[in-house]
Design a protein around this ligand. Sequence first.
Ligand SMILES: Cc1cc2nc3c(=O)[nH]c(=O)nc-3n(C[C@H](O)[C@H](O)[C@H](O)COP(=O)(O)OP(=O)(O)OC[C@H]3O[C@@H](n4cnc5c(N)ncnc54)[C@H](O)[C@@H]3O)c2cc1C
Length: 337
Amino acid sequence: MSEKQYSTDVVIIGAGAGGLFAVFECGMLKMKCHVIDSLEQIGGQCIALYPEKPIYDIPGHPAILAGKLIERLEEQAKPFAPVYHLNQRVLTFKRHSDGRFEVTTSTGAAIDCAAVIVAAGAGAFGPNRPPLDNLAQYEGKSVFYMVKRREDFAGKTLVIAGGGDSAVDWAISLAEVARKIYFVHRRDKFRAAPESVARLHALAGSGKIEMVIPYQLHGLAGASGILQAVELADLDGNKKTIEADVLLPFFGIVPHLDAINDWGIKIDKHHIPVNPATQQTSLAGIFAIGDVATYPRKLKLIVTGFAEAAMAAHAIYPLVFPGQELHFVYSTEKGVK
Ligand SMILES: Cc1cc2nc3c(=O)[nH]c(=O)nc-3n(C[C@H](O)[C@H](O)[C@H](O)COP(=O)(O)OP(=O)(O)OC[C@H]3O[C@@H](n4cnc5c(N)ncnc54)[C@H](O)[C@@H]3O)c2cc1C
């Protein structure tokens, strides 16, 4: 077996709140899980869109920050040793003659399993890319959509583009380590917290950040993925070139159901219809939970996804342990094992 081939009981697509709780529910029934997510970190919408916002409708938590909820779900899943395959999209799936499945990912992982749970929310999140020629050759070398370590940008000249919280907050943070930051935005209005915008303007006043407004990204100049300059244009077509080492475009993230669209599962307006008694999709052995799953009167709430995770785990049990009867036991009686 190559190091990218794995075998498990259940593959879960999506490490959002629903997918993480499915690891727990499967684990309580002694089923092992591998979890695939296109994002670099677990947490789905809670982490990608609103980690600092309090959620008020999680049972037993009068208020909990979305980021904290994900930490707690990760901790709750941990005893069952889930294997996370992050930063990769799910690609193909095929059914073997013995009824098991193989799921592959964009980084070449191939996972053999007895069942699949699609917990893909609104789909795989990916960066909203600016429409620039030759962008791909710079991605990962000089163009980044996320900041993993601030130190990677120490002493460099950066162009940060965008007008939302990410662009503003990273400009403020990276101003402490970068040589110089050019902040490019197409208009003088921001979709960011007013206090952050005030800090950005204060830093611009001190010369560490130069505001380049109203301009948009127009082109990239360099060679072999190493950026030398970013070309900008204003709305009248006037151009300007800025010498820079790195471009950080923060134009938000967009979801796609992606390759799952081609798996032959019935899909209705970007959602997967399921039987709510089992969460099974139109294909036997493939289940869907959370925001992506639909049935009459479906409520897209985190708590709904939790209940659906439990329903799916119980429906999957006979596929993993054929012929073995499932004796239902409360967690209070059996503990976490
Ligand atoms: C601002 C905001 C506030 C909210 N407030 C509340 C609230 O107060 N209470 C509440 O109950 N709900 C709230 N919600 C809704 C809640 O966040 C969602 O119901 C919940 O996150 C859905 O969880 P999920 O696990 O189904 O999907 P998601 O959290 O969307 O996770 C799906 C994951 O699947 C991954 N994925 C998808 N497709 C692929 C693929 N092809 N390959 C690899 N990975 C893939 C995605 O990258 C993503 O990480 C809020 C939502 C938003 C945006």
